[in-house]
Design a protein around this ligand. Structure first.
Ligand SMILES: Nc1ncnc2c1ncn2[C@@H]1O[C@H](COP(=O)(O)OP(=O)(O)OP(=O)(O)O)[C@@H](O)[C@H]1O
Length: 723
């Protein structure tokens, strides 16, 4: 949470036609950040007792905007001419003026609403100084085309036909901020359109939201008008405008809200502008048909912005046991645009005694005069309390009056609704509009003073961000659904009661009608009637009244049903949309998790197969290893024994061949050697004998085979051991 000062800006409009015609003079010395009275005027003002003798303040603000036309007339070639009265001096170089002002005073705050910061931009100032021009813009060149800034003055009573024609034609051809209502085309940059803070903010917001691919945004808008301390919903049908006067309620956490105001889902700039245009049309309608003075009413256009983003959890927040490694970040913010009533009627001290200084010249009837006094007072009241709130807060900030801490928020609906903009969580920019003219000195001075008080106010700012897991979101949705169900039940119950009551009345009326018809018929039949015509006309009047009542009741029942339904729809629209989106995101995540699990399972089975084949390979390898080990040890043994045998043989060969080593032999060995030699010799001898006898035996055998059968010969041979 950080403390941020309220930004205060001053905008001086150029001298207007009337001021030029009256040879009025620009009387302020203006720099980028300061305003003071031009030296040449100080003495005159003191003489006229408009300021005390030592009074020459220099006011400081965040930025002061003034057009070239506020330069002193004698410095201006056209204005210095004596024929100045005939010059229809239109303001130049204005096309980009609002754009520049927007960039300085609002753009940063407006864009921060997409990150969950609340912001308020409001215009304060005397009537005709450019509040509406600044907030809503206008189409220059043909001010009658500007449905926004051209407030009806004077033409207030018209026939119903001309009225409806005028409204319809407005719908068809009026340009809103340079937009055609039907087609809503962007004005060509030909220099004819001057878009206000609202249009510039909305177009920036929708552009930025469109460029932000990882977030989903939801926008709702509402528009209200405060007139005579009554709040009217400007986004209703013109006929319903006065059917329900809204009230400000206080929530459990001491926040003020307008109960029952209609909120409309918008998805792009065109839809938002369309709503704004409808609101403006209703404002015009109220001015023309309900005699609401535009310059005495406050208008608030409100955008509610929600965003949704799914992000992976931070590493340190990942819960090993929890499957959800994602969280949803939701931001909620409010962007208010406030066009206040003319501040000149907010002068202190003229409220209670009824001596309000009001120019009644534009009113005609006594009725009108009373009404003007009345609504003049009420405007006084709300602006008076607004000024009081600002002054008290600034005193508090300066440390003055510390014991008298009461800030009168609850005294008017305006201060209740704007409370968070002055003493809460909102980035607030105030643009105070003023006339540079000498004739408007007092009004401008009072505007500058209020701006000076507001300059030191600060708000405690923090973004409205919620981080939730899917589980938490599900829980909150369950709650939402339960609440919606309750509301539906309640609505049904009320609707039923209403329906029942009206149905009873309807039945009674129908019965009456039947009875009346019967009576009339009977009377007619009996012929006892003397004043038949009277009865006939009474009957006609009564029956038409009753059928009129019946029709009205039916209409009321239908309207009631429609209202209940549309309210439920609107409520459901955004939460339903968000729920659907979240559901989509959750399904997506779920699908990804299932895919991950499938992949892991596949990997696992592949790993299992790999493991078995590895184990088999390992077993094979180990048996081969064992064999190799055995073979190698056998080889080693063989090698050793072979080596020994070779050595032995070498030794023996040496003894046989050359008689080497005989001296090393023991007696026993020598004996053995002798025996071996002798045995070999015997062997050689017997071989020779065997060979000699074998030949003889073969001859005998041959003889025997010739004389004797073979088996006898074989027997003989086997029994004689000759082999
Ligand atoms: N800065 C400006 N440059 C050019 N024209 C301006 C400027 N400010 C205001 N005007 C013109 O002055 C006239 C009155 O302006 P506007 O209706 O915006 O005043 P306002 O303060 O909203 O009055 P009200 O209190 O009656 O609502 C309009 O015709 C508008 O076009």
């Amino acid at each position: 949470m950080s403390s941020e000062p309220i930004q205060v800006f001053i905008r001086f409009r150029p001298l207007n036609d009337q001021e030029l015609i009256d040879n009025d003079l620009p009387m302020w010395h203006i720099t980028k950040n300061t305003v003071s009275i031009r030296k040449e005027h100080v003495e005159d003002l003191i003489d006229e007792k408009k300021i005390p003798p030592s009074f020459n303040p220099c006011f400081h603000y965040n930025h002061i905007f003034s057009s070239d036309e506020t330069v002193y007339p004698h410095q201006h070639p056209q204005l210095s001419s004596p024929r100045v009265k005939n010059i229809n001096f239109k303001f130049q170089n204005l096309n980009d003026e609002n754009q520049k002002i927007y960039e300085i005073i609002a753009q940063k705050n407006v864009l921060s609403t997409l990150e969950g910061y609340n912001a308020t931009i409001f215009a304060y100032g005397q009537t005709g100084t450019g509040k509406t021009f600044t907030m809503f813009g206008t189409t220059l060149g043909n001010e009658n085309m500007s449905f926004i800034s051209n407030k009806p003055r004077g033409r207030r009573f018209r026939s119903p036909t001309s009225r409806s024609r005028s409204i319809n034609s407005r719908y068809r051809s009026t340009s809103a901020f340079g937009y055609k209502f039907e087609k809503l085309e962007r004005p060509k940059k030909s220099g004819t359109a001057n878009n206000g803070m609202i249009y510039l903010s909305l177009s920036d917001i929708f552009k930025a939201a469109g460029n932000c691919k990882n977030k989903h945004f939801f926008f709702k808008c509402s528009m209200m008008r405060i007139y005579n301390e009554h709040i009217y919903d400007l986004l209703k049908e013109p006929d319903d405008l006065t059917s329900e006067i809204l009230t400000v309620e206080e929530s459990a956490d001491e926040e003020f809200y307008v109960k029952g105001i209609s909120e409309h889902v918008v998805t792009n700039i065109e839809e938002a502008i369309e709503k704004l245009a409808r609101g403006e049309m209703n404002r015009q309608y109220a001015a023309n048909n309900l005699n609401h003075h535009s310059s005495r009413s406050h208008t608030i256009f409100r955008m509610s912005i929600k965003s949704l983003e799914v992000v992976p959890k931070k590493e340190e927040e990942v819960d090993a046991e929890c499957e959800e490694n994602f969280e949803t970040i939701t931001t909620e913010s409010i962007l208010d645009f406030v066009d206040l009533a003319g501040s000149e009627r907010s002068s202190v001290g003229q409220i209670d005694d009824g001596k309000d200084v009001i120019n009644l010249s534009f009113t005609s009837s006594p009725f009108d005069q009373n009404r003007v006094v009345f609504d003049g007072k009420c405007v006084n009241m709300s602006l008076f309390y607004l000024c009081q709130v600002i002054n008290k807060l600034s005193e508090l900030k300066k440390g003055i009056n510390k014991n008298n801490l009461h800030i009168p928020y609850r005294n008017s609906v305006l201060t209740k609704i704007l409370r968070s903009s002055f003493d809460g969580n909102s980035r607030t920019s105030i643009i105070c509009t003023a006339s540079p003219a000498l004739s408007q000195f007092e009004h401008t001075l009072s505007t500058l003073r209020l701006a000076n008080s507001a300059r030191i106010l600060t708000n405690l700012i923090k973004p409205n961000i919620k981080r939730e897991t899917n589980y938490q979101i599900l829980q909150s949705y369950q709650q939402d659904v339960a609440e919606l169900k309750k509301e539906l039940e309640k609505a049904k119950e009320h609707g039923w009661q209403f329906y029942n009551q009206n149905n009873i009345v309807k039945c009674q009326l129908e019965n009456k009608l039947i009875k009346l018809t019967e009576m009339y018929n009977n009377m007619n039949l009996s012929g006892t009637l003397i004043v038949k015509e009277d009865i006939e006309s009474n009957y006609t009047i009564l029956s038409s009244t009753i059928s009129g009542d019946l029709m009205l009741l039916n209409k009321q029942i239908n309207e009631f049903n429609q209202n209940t339904l549309s309210k439920a729809h609107i409520k459901f629209d955004t939460s339903g949309q968000i729920a659907q989106l979240r559901l989509g995101i959750m399904r997506n995540e779920n699908r990804k998790i299932i895919e991950r699990i499938d992949n892991s399972n596949k990997n696992l089975s592949m790993l299992k197969i790999a493991k078995t084949s590895y184990v088999n390979d390992l077993e094979k390898c180990s048996s081969i290893y064992d064999k190799v080990l055995q073979e190698s040890s056998e080889l080693k043994d063989n090698k050793i024994s072979g080596f020994c045998a070779i050595t032995e043989l070498k030794k023996k060969a040496a003894i046989y061949n050359e008689g080497i080593g005989l001296e090393n032999l023991s007696d026993f060995q020598l004996d053995s050697l002798e025996k071996l030699i002798l045995t070999r010799l015997d062997g050689v001898k017997s071989t020779k004998v065997k060979r000699k006898y074998k030949e003889k035996i073969l001859a005998i055998e041959e003889k025997l085979r010739k004389q004797l059968p073979a088996h006898i010969v074989n027997d003989i041979l086997s029994n004689c051991n000759f082999t």
